[in-house]
Design a protein around this ligand. Structure first.
Ligand code: CU
Ligand code: CU
Length: 344
């Protein structure tokens, strides 16, 4: 493999791919699915790409994984809601970190570190001005934190050496702060090596709704990320939205013609400096970071660095299937592509 590019490991067909994955990542250590389309090519884009075994009908075990990207899409966690004596809304969550092996592509198992057992973690949602109380329990074998984007006191920032700092295995901590500013944010672990703690799966979406809610819409969360299955910290072998590469190719996102669709788009991709989102057959209004109520752009493609995010709003005027994918063809070939299916 020495002359092979860091990304090509999974491109040469499942046999090549799995041979390169450390044995501890495979179930039972036996040779899994034989290459579905092995023509003797050592490396070409027919492997894990749209024409390859990862896309061609093979699925991962969503039940075994404990989460399904089709559900992650519209799963908003508003927490346990009550009122403080001063009348203010209090939202409380309990989030646990745990180590969990998930099947990220047919036959490829990845030892993930997760929030609440899923990748990405739960989408936490609140309204500007709410008081937030997040009890974090570290049930992982590794030290972690929860670092939220947003405005809050230093001791609630979830970084090593500040306030409570690192939360050791078996320990817990309550992060408490006010929800501000309104917009689309994220949270992630901030323990070093930071790249690995994020790349293993410790991230999620954090939405603060504006005081006057946005217009009703079919709302979707899309977290863009990858898997460095070789753990060389040099790149990713798989790319995905909401946990599983190619998922929305198998199960297109169903939306209604003419209905307002709002996508909360977040990029947490590690190891690659940039990611993107491109939609076919349509254009959308783009609200960077969701912190303003007026769009900055009307486009069909946006680019995000790690930690960038934005809201896309659109309506589909025509029924049919429309592709969306990273406008970085290599990422698309390695899992970052899907379909909207617009019903009349
Ligand atoms: Cu961590
Ligand atoms: Cu961050």
């Amino acid at each position: 493999m020495a002359s092979t590019s860091r990304r090509r490991v999974l491109l040469g067909g499942a046999g090549v791919a799995l041979g390169a994955v450390p044995a501890r990542l495979l179930t039972g250590g036996e040779d899994p699915t034989p290459p579905a389309d092995h023509h003797g090519h050592s490396s070409s884009a027919h492997g894990a790409g749209v024409n390859g075994p990862a896309f061609r009908g093979n699925r991962v075990d969503h039940v075994g994984n404990g989460f399904n990207p089709s559900k992650v899409l519209r799963d908003f966690d508003y927490g346990k809601v009550s009122r403080l004596p001063n009348g203010r809304v209090l939202r409380e969550w309990e989030i646990f970190a745990s180590d969990r092996e998930i099947e990220v592509a047919p036959g490829v198992r990845f030892p993930a570190w997760t929030f609440n057992g899923r990748v990405p973690g739960p989408t936490l949602r609140c309204q500007a001005g709410d008081r937030l109380r997040v009890r974090f329990v570290n049930a992982s074998a590794h030290p972690h934190t929860m670092h939220f984007h947003g405005i809050h006191p230093a001791e609630m920032d979830g970084v090593p050496g500040i306030g409570r700092g690192v939360i050791e295995p078996g320990a817990d901590f309550v992060y408490e702060f006010d929800a501000e500013p309104f917009g689309l944010h994220l949270y992630h672990c901030h323990v070093g090596p930071l790249a690995e703690h994020i790349a293993r799966g410790l991230y999620g979406t954090f939405i603060i709704d504006p005081p006057q809610p946005r217009p009703p819409a079919d709302e979707l969360v899309m977290v863009m990320h990858g898997y460095n299955t070789t753990f060389d910290a040099e790149g990713n072998q798989l790319y995905a939205v909401n946990g599983i590469p190619f998922h929305y190719m198998h199960e297109p996102i169903r939306v209604k013609r003419g209905e307002l669709v709002r996508i909360y788009l977040v990029n947490v991709l590690e190891y690659d400096p940039i990611n993107s989102f491109h939609l076919h057959g349509n254009f959308f209004d783009y609200y960077p970071t969701g912190t303003r109520l007026e769009p900055s752009e009307y486009t069909d493609t946006v680019v995000q660095a790690q930690g960038q995010r934005g809201i896309c709003e659109l309506r589909f005027p025509h029924p049919g299937k429309y592709m969306f994918h990273a406008h970085k063809s290599e990422f698309a070939d390695l899992g970052w592509m899907g379909f909207f299916e617009v019903t009349p």
